[in-house]
Write a protein that binds this ligand. Structure first.
Ligand code: SF4
Ligand code: SF4
Length: 273
């Protein structure tokens, strides 16, 4: 897919979006422990699968500890010069934690040139975007696994939304509406938006092209299709094969750019990708 000049300018220096992703670095600040939904593939024994490698849990930091960490990394003669992006991606959902906003504020005041990036399940995105925009959030990842509530209801066990627990189709409808509205509004606010989709054989594979069409129409920049890691409620579903994943990505490439170098970094990853 073609990338416009304006989009190219916006992604400059961000290792997850650029071709020269091995030259610039990012650091994840693990300040967000709580989550407000339950994805069927999540055990919560590791970092949020929206962005992170399974099997490891990051050490939690407070916002002021996170700022100390950023100062330490920026002062490092090896890491400092490569560092372009500071991201919050867990270990839970960043928007379910006030620490996310506090951390972006502290780090933004001390290091205004670092690009701010965040990854979320999207449930609280529409109501959080004005705050995130005011804090200077540059790029955003939203994990979207379905278009139809019937499909999403097979993936998510429940959501906690404005103090109430929803399950089944009700939960799915709330989550999907928030995710797509959030993507649209984030694009309108000038953010670079990536959408992660977990490929779940037998549940959402037929819907992946529809997700691609929809997010493309809303102005998302790139899509990252990730293979299911069978565990928790979805432990009985076999992971997609390498060939199946490649086929889905190749078909989707006709609709929206596909990310293929994602390393599913930990919520406390620091350095080059
Ligand atoms: Fe787990 Fe992340 Fe899903 Fe929350 S959003 S249930 S932390 S995978
Ligand atoms: Fe941002 Fe995700 Fe890259 Fe982290 S891995 S810097 S959250 S796009």
């Amino acid at each position: 897919m073609a990338t416009t000049c304006e989009q190219m300018k916006k992604i400059q220096g961000h290792p997850c979006f650029e071709q020269n992703h091995h030259k610039t670095g990012r650091m994840h600040l693990a300040v967000a422990p709580a989550c407000n939904i339950k994805c069927g593939y999540c055990t919560r024994k590791h970092d949020c699968a929206n962005e992170s490698r399974p099997g490891v849990t990051s050490r939690l930091m407070t916002p002021s500890e996170a700022l100390d960490k950023v100062r330490e990394v920026m002062a490092s003669p090896i890491l400092g010069p490569t560092m372009r992006v500071v991201g919050i991606a867990g270990p839970g959902d960043p928007l379910a934690n006030q620490q996310t906003f506090e951390t972006f504020k502290l780090v933004g005041e001390a290091f205004p040139d670092l690009i701010k990036c965040m990854s979320t399940n999207g449930l609280l995105l529409p109501e959080s975007l004005d705050r995130l925009h005011a804090l200077g959030l540059h790029s955003l990842t939203v994990t979207i696994n379905a278009v139809n509530p019937e499909t999403a209801a097979q993936i998510y066990r429940h959501v906690y939304y404005h103090g109430k627990r929803y399950s089944g189709k009700d939960a799915a409808e709330i989550l999907l509406a928030s995710q797509y509205e959030g993507v649209q509004r984030a694009v309108e606010l000038g953010m670079v938006v990536k959408v992660n989709t977990v490929l779940i054989p037998g549940i959402n594979e037929a819907e992946v092209p529809q997700i691609a069409e929809r997010i493309k129409g809303l102005g998302a920049f790139v899509m990252n299709v990730m293979p299911l890691i069978p565990q928790a409620d979805l432990a009985h579903i076999p992971a997609p094969s390498t060939e199946q994943l490649a086929e889905v990505r190749n078909n989707n490439e006709r609709i929206i750019s596909q990310m293929r170098h994602c390393k599913q970094c930990r919520a406390d990853a620091i350095g080059l990708l």
